[in-house]
Design a protein around this ligand. Sequence first.
Ligand code: NAD
Length: 267
Amino acid sequence: MILQDKVALVTGGASGIGRATATLAVSVEQHAFGAAGAKVVFSDIRGVEGEETADLIRETGAECLFVKSDVSSEADVRDLVQKATLAVSAKQRATYGKLDCAFNNAGIDLVVTPLHEQLIEDFDQIMSINARGLFLCMKYEIQQMLIQGAGAIVNNSSTNGLVALSGISPYVASKHAVMGLTRSAALDYAKQGIRINAVNPGPIATDLMARSAGQMGITFDDLGSMVSMGRIGQATEIAQAVVFLCSDAASYITGQPLAIDGGYTAN
Ligand code: NAD
């Protein structure tokens, strides 16, 4: 229970990596925020799927609050962080009252095509969610963490925040922006008890990756064969790393990317 009594926030928790990190589903029993002992507050733009994640967490006896919220809206993000700190614990009849860790995970992909064919509105949309949305989340999470004098933030970048992949230049730009925000914010708050790191997943079996693979006319097995380990990753394998980076076990780690990619970027 390495996050015992901590309050954790996850964006994009209705599916994929966000759900695996927020939830206590059978496949993640050792590692998700709920299993690690945290109270979980999570957001998504999809209400029905968000409530499904909430049910999965509550079935295990862990506490959570789902907030339908868009990371690209400043008002929504401000309200989300406020709700996290004001959430009322059913068990203890007290407010959660703080924000110890945050996983800024919400993100979108886009049409796979060379840069000259990419639409300007698609570029603007991906930057407004993957980069600006993550900036907004950090801005309001950090305001709360400064009051407490402590906190740990993990941003979901990608191997595409470390190296490029052809056909998805706006996505690659947005994930490199996440790395720039992570490193500079880590420097801003290193002396104030707030650690900020990134995870850089390789291909992970989620809805987002199924959409991308479908567009490219390839399967998860094809994607796996591009990775040194010869397989695609699972969302729980990212959740484990996020919980570690949020925990006190990572107390001397800040400003770092953690590639969780089956050796893809070691190549
Ligand atoms: P996913 O589509 O299963 O989950 C993303 C979630 O974010 C969805 O539930 C979606 O509704 C939500 N979301 C989208 N826009 C939002 C917004 N404006 N506000 C709030 N929530 C929003 O995909 P996933 O694979 O779990 O992706 C999660 C993150 O991981 C993304 O940032 C993605 O870029 C990153 N990532 C994924 C992979 C992969 O292979 N799956 C690899 C590297 C990085």
